[in-house]
Design a protein around this ligand. Sequence first.
Ligand SMILES: NC(=O)c1ccc[n+]([C@@H]2O[C@H](COP(=O)([O-])OP(=O)(O)OC[C@H]3O[C@@H](n4cnc5c(N)ncnc54)[C@H](OP(=O)(O)O)[C@@H]3O)[C@@H](O)[C@H]2O)c1
Length: 310
Amino acid sequence: MDFSHKLISIIFPVLTILFLVFFMPPYLIFKLISYIFRSFFPEDVAGKVVLITGASSGIGEHLAYEYARKGARLALVARREDRLTEVADEARRLGSPDVLIIPADVSKPEHCKTFVDQAVNYFGRLDHLVSNAAVIQLSMFEDVTRISDFQRIMSTNFWGSVYGAHFAVPHLRKNKGKIIVMASIAGFLPLPKHCFYSAAKAALISFYEALRVEFGSDIGITIVTPGLIYTDMVLQKSYSSEVQTSLVLGQTAEGCAKSIVRSACRGDAYLTEPFWYRTFWLFKMLCPDLLDSLCLLSLIRRHRSANKTS
Ligand SMILES: NC(=O)c1ccc[n+]([C@@H]2O[C@H](COP(=O)([O-])OP(=O)(O)OC[C@H]3O[C@@H](n4cnc5c(N)ncnc54)[C@H](OP(=O)(O)O)[C@@H]3O)[C@@H](O)[C@H]2O)c1
């Protein structure tokens, strides 16, 4: 048995490389043609119903504006009702024919059932579920004093998305709808101090990749892995002091939202925004230890600049 595994371990990689050499060129050409076709004939969301969680600020807010410009009807969910009201007013001004706001906490399954039911009862259908609500909390693992404080990251960022999908899927299936999932590059990069946040985002990516296979062509899934986007989440003092050295490499929430809606309408399986962050995937696949060292360097730089300022 051991011998056969050893033999396969030698033969299989060689066969895989040979297969890829012959398979990749036609595969890439096929993907390019499909991309061009989908770009010329994207989904028209005018009059369709889009439910966005975490729509009271940042990327979620701008997603609401972008869908509104395309004439979609909107159900906006978050905890801050006053902010949702302002976003809804702006979305109506930008062209949405109807906007419903639903104050709710995604980490509570009963709230998720209620907001999906309310949206479907009000509009009569559901076409896109944008699972965007999330929180962030940074810490070196060994600096954590009360481990239970970090449960809210998993319950909001992972379970909050899963609950919503659970209640929305029967409705999305009826219209060949779509789920747009806001993961993060933190889901595949070994970012220090992000361990809980990264774990929740990695769980999201794996969860929706499995669902994509289960749903087949009945429900489309676009997994979005943004890099640094200038929103309240990263501009808050506690976060920006942690990532001060790389804040110049970000993208606006507006630009990010435009790319996401375009990508969702095109039916992409994945979107990384800004696009160049995708090259980190190559490092992750080909030389993960180099990526670890780069992330460690960034941590050392942060410590140095923190020491200088204190
Ligand atoms: N900004 C970045 O650099 C970046 C990078 C990668 C991925 N992302 C992801 O992009 C998404 C949007 O983040 P953002 O940058 O736009 O941050 P943000 O401005 O802080 O927005 C987060 C949204 O989530 C909502 N939210 C948080 N907890 C909630 C809960 N328990 N129930 C309902 N809503 C809740 C917040 O609204 P309320 O407080 O009103 O509830 C807010 O509308 C997140 O999934 C985030 O992980 C962001």
